[in-house]
Design a binder for this molecule. Structure first.
Ligand SMILES: Cc1cc2nc3c(=O)[nH]c(=O)nc-3n(C[C@H](O)[C@H](O)[C@H](O)COP(=O)(O)OP(=O)(O)OC[C@H]3O[C@@H](n4cnc5c(N)ncnc54)[C@H](O)[C@@H]3O)c2cc1C
Length: 328
């Protein structure tokens, strides 16, 4: 189901939507979406990411100001809705890209958005050293990013986070468990929200940029989802990191995490609209092909009503998503 919404949003967004669609048809349509094992799943994630990087699309998820020196990024920004000037990602552009990517490949959508979610805390509050080390690499697809907030006992409720970051001289020592972390098995950068102030609720949290391969960080436990998705558990035990890897000040963690989630939240809806549009197209195709009682299913009124209702709900959802995206 083609969306006219990008046209309604204006020329820049319409051409981004066209470009995304052409890219997806060319690069994603033939990808194997049901890898049989973990190695194949990781390979698909890496393949999707490198295609997005080559096309310069990751630039839309990773803030512009610090990344313009990457050649693919620079091209995307000149042509893109950000115009190369924004220091925060443009939510409407991300929504357009996620809707299109999700339609064609859940893995490509995941690869795209995690680069943004994992790096935005650094763009928002990181030191020049952290920005220099990570942002261009993430925007160029050379470093895979993850954002580690959720714990076994802390989901919606950030204030329950327990993973401890204990100050020890010029370092912090991290101990605790994160779970349901997308890209955990393959990430080069893990942005971790940890507790630096015990007993202070969400005020006692701080962010850290930790390399995915680091002493004291075990990421061997994978989780299985219905769809292909490299996701797992991160166990920190005596994981020592220099204080310079802290993102922002002590106690800024909840603010940074919530600002990151708020920026990207409407785009979760955009991805859902992409998935729903694909489901609709598959249902319509099947209804046209399948013959029962001497006629294709699509000729029966009840089926037509179902399809019409699906199309209406998807379109309404799309309008809500882009209205929310435009408000940010
Ligand atoms: C595919 C997938 C990928 C993920 N990737 C990441 C990732 O990369 N990084 C990361 O940190 N986390 C990730 N998560 C975890 C995700 O962010 C959490 O699932 C989410 O924060 C909700 O936490 P929970 O699952 O513990 O649910 P809970 O917090 O236990 O909530 C359970 C239900 O109760 C509802 N609920 C909770 N509190 C209230 C309330 N006060 N009032 C009313 N209803 C309430 C919730 O809406 C939900 O429906 C991922 C999850 C999934 C499924």
């Amino acid at each position: 189901m083609r969306s006219e919404l990008p046209e309604l949003l204006g020329e820049t967004y319409a051409s981004l939507a066209e470009r995304a669609c052409a890219f997806a048809q060319r690069e994603l349509a033939g990808l194997e979406e049901e890898p049989q094992d973990a190695a194949a799943e990781d390979a698909l994630a890496r393949q999707s990411l490198s295609k997005l990087a080559r096309e310069g699309l990751l630039a839309y998820a990773v803030p512009a100001a610090e990344t313009t020196h990457h050649p693919a990024t620079a091209t995307a920004l000149v042509a893109g809705a950000n115009g190369g000037a924004a220091s925060t990602p443009d939510v409407r552009s991300i929504a357009i890209l996620r809707e299109t990517l999700a339609y064609w490949s859940g893995m490509a959508d995941l690869a795209f958005v995690m680069q943004g979610l994992g790096s935005f805390p650094i763009a928002l509050a990181g030191s020049p050293e952290l920005k220099g080390r990570w942002l261009a690499a993430v925007a160029g697809g050379e470093a895979i990013a993850a954002l580690a907030i959720t714990e076994p006992e802390a989901g919606s409720d950030l204030a329950s986070i327990r993973l401890e970051a204990r100050k020890d001289g010029g370092d912090y020592v991290l101990d605790g468990v994160k779970t349901l972390i997308s890209n955990a098995p393959i990430a080069d950068l893990v942005t971790v929200i940890a507790r630096t102030g015990p007993g202070e609720g969400s005020k006692g949290l701080s962010g850290f940029a930790v390399p995915g391969r680091h002493a004291g960080l075990d990421r061997s436990e994978r989780l299985r989802l219905i769809a292909a998705h490299p996701i797992g558990v991160l166990r920190f035990s005596g994981c020592r990191v220099p204080a310079s890897w802290r993102i922002g000040g002590e106690g800024d963690g909840a603010r940074i995490a919530l600002a990151t989630l708020s920026r990207f939240r409407p785009t979760v809806g955009a991805a859902a609209v992409g998935f729903a549009s694909r489901a609709f197209d598959e249902a319509r195709r099947r209804a046209k092909e399948r013959v029962q009682f001497g006629r294709p299913l699509a000729e029966f009124g009840a089926i037509q009503c179902k399809l019409a209702e699906m199309a209406t709900l998807i379109d309404a959802a799309r309008l809500l998503v882009y209205r929310a995206a435009a408000a940010l």
